[in-house]
Ligand binder design. Structure first.
Ligand code: NAP
Length: 290
């Protein structure tokens, strides 16, 4: 068995075409979707993530604004800048690029952005929709979970009734993803660093989603070839200077039926989901004003 490569490229192309049409429609109605990224300091990884977000934003015809703040900005000044952006009617989506500097870490960052502009989908009012069982992918849902569901749907990978093992329980990936997939009627096992006998879970799963941040942690010994498992690799690690997933792709590809590559898998799906959220937020903004 050689795994089907579940590349993001055709999915992103399809979604981008839809977003370009929607963006043109919004422009005809007099509004250009506009996104603002708040960056504190000059973290090189953050600058590279922002470059990808800016590129995709501009490719669909939306505006991009970088609010670049100094590393040592006080919490008070930071909050006042966020307030200004929240109340700016020409900005429809805002994200705070993580990590922020230490003096800002005690702020409740997830809830600082006005919920209708929260295109990361981290605000309590937006995550509440996940708790309430939403399957509506046009809601402002967290981007990596939304991107993974869109990828599974594009490749006709059934979610309903499937046993899905997620490794990693972070607030940005594992936890919201477990809720979203449960809303689509999968049975979820959410594993973490204290899980005993992880392989017993992954070997029995229809879909395994790796989001632990450890390069090449998952090798072929985690999978049972007879299960024809689908593997979604969320990891973005650096190994020998190269971007590397949590799954050892070369070792695993002969024992699973489908696998996302790194790079070119979940990463671009996350970015396109952010832009989808921006367009949704702008559409809702227009509806609210008419
Ligand atoms: P995180 O905050 O770094 O947390 C890691 C999670 O993995 C924790 O829940 C931890 O368990 C769990 N874990 C650690 N070692 C484990 C093990 N041996 N077995 C099972 N679980 C284990 O997670 P994150 O921010 O979600 O990031 C995870 C990875 O995804 C990173 O490589 C990150 O760069 C990447 N990422 C990629 C995208 C994308 O768009 N592709 C988006 C976001 C993140 P405990 O809770 O017990 O500590």
């Amino acid at each position: 068995m050689t795994a089907k490569i579940l590349s993001a490229a055709p999915v992103v192309d399809k979604i981008k075409k839809e977003l370009i049409n929607k963006c043109n429609d919004l422009k005809r109605r007099g509004v250009t979707p506009s996104m603002c990224v708040v960056l504190v300091g000059d973290n090189p990884a953050s600058l590279s993530y922002i470059k990808n977000k800016k590129r995709m934003c501009e490719e669909v015809g939306a505006k991009f604004h970088l609010e670049h703040l100094p590393q040592d900005i006080s919490a008070e000044l930071f909050l006042s800048r966020i307030q200004v952006l929240n109340s700016d009617p020409d900005i429809h989506g805002i994200i705070i690029q993580l990590p922020v500097s230490s003096q800002l870490k005690t702020l409740n960052l997830a809830n600082l952005i006005e919920p209708s502009k929260d295109i990361d989908g981290f605000h309590g009012l937006n995550t509440q929709k996940l708790y309430s069982g939403t399957k509506d992918l046009s809601e402002l849902l967290p981007c990596t979970p939304k991107g993974i569901v869109n990828l599974l749907k594009f490749y006709d990978i059934e979610i309903e009734g499937k046993n899905i093992v997620i490794s990693g329980r972070s607030l940005i990936v594992g936890k919201p993803l477990s809720m979203l997939l449960s809303n689509f009627d999968a049975t979820i096992t959410l594993t973490h660093s204290q899980t005993k006998n992880l392989k017993d879970f992954t070997k029995g799963a229809d879909i395994v989603i790796a989001a632990i941040g450890k390069a090449h942690y998952f090798d072929r010994t985690f999978f049972d070839p007879s299960k024809k498992t689908i593997v979604i690799d969320v990891g973005m690690n650096t190994l020998h200077g190269k971007l590397t997933g949590d799954v050892n792709f070369e070792d695993v590809k002969e024992v699973v039926s489908g696998i996302t590559p790194v790079p070119g898998g979940v990463g671009p799906m996350t970015v396109v989901s952010l832009i989808e959220n921006l367009i949704s937020a702008t559409e809702k903004h227009i509806k609210g004003n008419t």
